[in-house]
Structures are given as structure tokens and as C-alpha cells.
Design a protein around this ligand. Sequence first.
Ligand code: SF4
Ligand code: SF4
Length: 367
Amino acid sequence: MKKITLILLTCSIFIFYSCTNSHSSNPASVEDDGVPVYFTSDISPNGVMKVFEYVKEHIKGDKIGIKVHFGEDGNEYFVPATMVEPLANALKATLVETNTAYNGRRTKTDTHIKLAHDHGFNFAPIDILDSGGTIELPINGGKHFKTALLGKNLENYSTIIYFTHFKGHGSSGFGGCIKNASMGMATPLGKRLMHNKDFPKCKPENCISCGICQKDCPTDAISIEPLEINLNKCIGCGKCISSCPKGAIVRPENEEQKLIFLEKLVEYAKPAIENVNSVYFNIIMNVSPSCDCSSKPKEPFVSDIGILASTDIVAIEAAAHDLVDQAHQCNDAFLKVNSVSGKHQIIYAEQMGMGSRKYKLIDIDKK
Ligand code: SF4
Ligand code: SF4
């Protein structure tokens, strides 16, 4: 079958680099002999099924979990339930998630499932993976962690499909499949261990006392007038960084600490994808600077782009990031909108042996 590759032109990459205030390097390379990443611009349930055709041979066994995000109360940008419904039905799959580290409806299994149903995820069984306890898996080559604390029910699955919304995140720059396989598969304690010491910094001179950050903070850690964060309550989730419209709460200046958080994310994802056969989707729609965990996310900053599927978690992240950068005409869109680059996730994941940044983007719409 003839394959038509979508080639990112050198001149386009030059345009990315002309963007001001960007200083991180492009972590990916687009190569003819790279790992296939399949793309469709058809953002619909039909588009999901079309691109799935190209990766379906990698599905193993008959116990399939689809890792989704059910969306926080108030968030309208998470990938709608209708997008995953035909795939879940076709595979007789279970929708899987884990409970959050912060208080809310997604903290406890019963209310988490109720929220999922309220958001339309009522066409397949739901398994909150940590409802069965914790499984502690070794992290081969980890320098921050030796083991990861993941939802125990993960061990019941023959394949996990990471059905991921590719968007921003206040602490990790962007959230894609790596974050979905790390923070998304960890127990609440595992989540806290990743966020440990990742506290934001206040810039009171920018604060207009609008109170948005207080409403979005899951641990009631923020007080305003004067603007302060109670570090005994803060879990470092980064929601306030994304939600503040005035840049009055920012990532800490400590570059090393930023990189450590990204590396912790990657390390937690490694055993999740090594111990269970995995396939990856990045849905590039509603690309808000904010995470799906935000109840008041910022508006998307680029138009919807499409759906990617691959069997390589590093390649799909690199491809998705490049597409968003291309749409934003910038070499690091998430650095621009969140003041933190997440690209080190991609670089470190390749260093950890989780995949390849060298990808080949295959536009299935042109076949
Ligand atoms: S990072 Fe911000 S939103 Fe998250 S717990 Fe700390 S103060 Fe609250
Ligand atoms: S969201 Fe930003 S501007 Fe509004 S109260 Fe919080 S820190 Fe101040």
C-alpha cells in the first residue's frame, strides 16, 4: 500500500524558530524511516475508527482498557464521550481511570463514576484502577524513583489504549500520552509523590483579586489580599498557574525543579507502558493551556488539528507537539502559553528507552 507522508517543510521549522521568547530546542525529527505516527484531520468518532485501522494489529488479548479522562466538573474541553464510544464498543473495552489526589468528585470511586456518567461515559464498564489498591512496579533506570505506585487493576488488562487529549498543563507545559500514562495511572499517593515540592510562586503585584485561582484550587491553599499560597496545603497540581489570567501565579523560577517534575512524570509512565501492551492516541482538539482537571480552563489557543495514533509513546508526543507548534507558528507553543516547556518529557522519555523521537507522520486522509 502506497504511503503518503506529511512532510514538515524546513521553511516552516524556520518560522517556528522566529517566535519570540522561545528558547527550547526542537526535540523531534521527522524522518522517512521514523516510527509511523498516523494522522487524520477528521476529528470525529469516524475519524477515530479510521485511524485505529492502522494500529489495531497491535492490540493484544481480549481484556482491553481505554484510558480516558472523564473531565472535571465545569470543564468543557475534555474529549467528549461520543469520540471514544464506537472504539470502546468495537473492542468491548473498559474505560479506565484513577482517582485524584485532590478533593472533588473524582477523588472517590463512586462519585468519580457518577461524574463519568454525567459526562456521557455510560456506554461501557468503568474501572477506577486504584479502587482495587496499589501495585508497586519497578522503574528501570529511574533516577528520581525506584518504583511507581499505580492502580492495581492495571494488572488485569492485556492492552491499554491511551486515548489522550493533547493540551496544555500549568506544571508540565503540555499533557499528552506520557502524562496520561503517568499521572493518569498513578494512585493518589503516587500523584502526590510526583508533585512533591513542585510549588508555584506568587507575583502579588500582578494580582487583581478576581478569585479565579481560589475557585480552581482543589486544596483551598490560596488566599488573596495579600496573595499567598499555603505550602502545607498545596499539592503542586499547577491548576492556579493555568487559571490565573494575569500571570500572578507562576511556575517557580528554578529551572532544575521544572525539569525534575517532567522527569518524574516520564519515570512513572515507564512501568505502566512496559508491563502492559500499549497503544496511543493523541486527540488534538480544544487545545487549552489548561489541563482537563481545571474547572475553569483557559480558552483554546490554536484551532483543532486532528487525531494521531501510534504504537510509540515518544513518537506520538513529538508529532503532536510539532503540529501544535506549527499551528501556533512557534517552536514551543506551550512555553509561550504556560511559561514552561514540556519538551523535556519527550527528550527524557527517549533517553529512558521508551521510544523514538524520530517519527514519520502518515496522513491517512491522503491515502
Ligand atoms: S498548585 Fe495551585 S491550585 Fe494546585 S494545590 Fe497548589 S495552590 Fe492549589
Ligand atoms: S487568579 Fe490571578 S489575578 Fe485572580 S486572584 Fe488569583 S492570583 Fe489574583
